[in-house]
Every structure is written in C-alpha cells, then in structure tokens.
Ligand binder design. Structure first.
Ligand SMILES: [Zn+2]
Length: 99
C-alpha cells in the first residue's frame, strides 16, 4: 500500500494540469464524473496555480450566471486561452517534468 505522500508525489510527476484544463469546462457545467471530480480536487490541493485559477474561474462563472440569469455557463474562449497561458507560466509540475 502506498503512503499518502508517495501517492501525491507520483501524481505530481504525472502532471495533471493539462488534463485538468480539459476537465475545467465540464467542471463548470457540473458534468464531471465522480472520478474526474476527485482527480480535479486532488490536483488543486497540490497545485497552487490551478487552485487559484479554479477559484477565480468559479467566481467569474457565478458572477456571470447571476448577471445573465442563465442556468448553465459556457466558458468563453478567451478564458480558456488565458487559462492555458496561465498554467504554462505558473505550473510547477511542468517545470519539474523538464528537469
Ligand atoms: Zn496544475
């Protein structure tokens, strides 16, 4: 059996940031499977940039839902692009991978 720290370490090595990126729009639409949601939750515990981004994204979404009185929300394209750039610059997992 793996210890908790060993588990987190192996997941950081397999940086999930790119996967998380793909899941984010589904996350916004609450369309994630339980497995995916668990992966996302686990990842943002280890990855500060993703956590910060997800929080700000949540805030943006809630705001825009309220403004437009919509049930669902499509992540705007520029938000996606911004997220990609953001993670490329900040993601510590990616930097570790290159070493
Ligand atoms: Zn990340």
């Amino acid at each position: 059996m793996m210890s908790k720290s060993e588990m987190s370490k192996s997941e950081i090595n397999h940086c999930n940031c790119k996967k998380v990126l793909e899941l984010l729009s589904a996350y916004i639409d609450s369309e994630l499977s339980n497995d995916e949601k668990r992966m996302l939750d686990k990842h943002i515990l280890q990855c500060q940039p993703c956590k910060v981004y997800l929080e700000s994204l949540n805030y943006t979404v809630r705001l825009s839902v309220r403004l437009e009185k919509q049930e669902s929300y499509q992540m705007p394209k520029d938000v996606r692009v911004k997220l990609r750039t953001f993670l490329k610059e900040k993601c510590q997992c990616d930097k570790d991978e290159e070493r």
